[in-house]
Design a protein around this ligand. Structure first.
Ligand code: NVA
Length: 226
C-alpha cells in the first residue's frame, strides 16, 4: 500500500499518527496526505521525539543557564543531525566531535548555522576531542553503525571511531560532574563503556524515562492542542 493511502486510512481511524521507521521520505509522504497530525517517532535522518526527551533531561540536570553539550561519534544520522539542529534552535553550545568524514551533511550544517544566527547558539564541529569536550556539561553518543547501514562497515567504523569511545578518560575532559547521555539501545563496550553508562555520571535512564513524559506531551498537543 502506498504511504498516501495509509495516511488516508489511518486518518479515518485515529486522532494522530506517529511514524517510527527508517526512511524519512515516508513520514513526509504520510504528513502530506493525512488529515490528522503526523509526527516523526524516528527515521534514519531525524529523531525529534528523542530531542524533546533529551532537552527535558538536560534541563533537569542543568548546572548553568546555557546548555552545553558534545555529541561524540558518528554524527551523520538521526541523533547527530537532531542534536546539532535542536541545539541550534534552542541556543545551546553544541559541539560535534567526530572524524570529519562522519560530520552531519552540508545541508544539515547549513540549517544549524541559520538557526544559530537567530538563537545565538554556538556551533562547533571538530575532530579534536580535547577542544570539543572542554567545559561541556553533557556528553552524548550513539551507536557506531546506524539503522539501515550495511554490516560490512563495522571494521572500518571501529578503526575510525575507536579514539571517540566514551570511556572515563574521555568523560574527564568534559566539565567536572558532566552527565552522559545515549538514546539507547547502546552497544556496551563499543561506543560506550560499562563504567560510564552504569556510573554516577550517567543520565541515560532519566533520559529513557523522559521519552514517556515527552511523548505524552506530543500526543496531548496533537489531540487537544495543549
Ligand atoms: N540512533 C539509533 C537508533 C535509535 C532507536 C540508530 O540510528 O541506529
Amino acid at each position: 500500500e502506498s504511504a498516501a493511502d495509509t495516511a488516508r486510512v489511518l486518518s479515518r481511524v485515529f486522532d494522530a499518527i506517529e511514524y517510527r521507521g527508517a526512511n524519512h521520505a515516508t513520514v513526509v509522504e504520510l504528513a502530506r496526505h493525512a488529515t490528522v497530525p503526523v509526527f516523526n517517532g524516528l527515521t534514519d535522518t531525524w529523531h525529534p521525539t528523542q530531542m524533546l526527551a533529551d532537552f527535558l533531561t538536560m534541563r533537569e540536570h542543568a548546572r548553568s543557564a546555557t546548555t552545553s553539550f558534545a555529541y561524540v561519534g558518528d554524527a551523520r544520522f538521526n541523533m547527530g543531525n537532531s542534536l546539532l539542529v535542536s541545539g541550534a534552535i534552542l541556543g545551546s553550545d553544541v559541539r560535534i566531535v567526530a572524524p570529519q568524514s562522519l560530520w552531519p551533511a552540508e545541508d544539515v550544517q547549513q540549517i544549524a548555522q541559520e538557526r544559530a544566527e537567530e538563537s545565538g547558539a554556538r556551533i562547533t564541529l571538530t575532530e579534536n576531542i580535547d577542544d570539543g569536550l572542554t567545559g561541556v556539561d553533557f556528553v552524548h553518543t550513539d551507536v557506531w553503525v546506524s539503522m539501515g547501514e550495511a554490516k560490512d562497515v563495522w571494521a572500518e567504523r571501529i578503526e575510525l571511531l575507536r579514539p571517540y569511545r566514551v570511556d572515563s578518560a574521555l568523560m574527564s575532559k568534559a566539565a567536572p560532574g558532566a552527565a552522559f547521555m545515549h538514546c539507547l539501545p547502546a552497544w556496551r563496550g563499543m561506543e560506550i563503556t560499562e563504567a560510564v553508562i552504569d556510573g554516577p555520571q550517567s543520565a541515560v535512564f532519566d533520559e529513557a524515562e523522559n521519552r514517556l513524559h515527552a511523548q505524552k506531551a506530543v500526543l496531548s498537543w496533537c489531540v487537544s492542542g495543549n
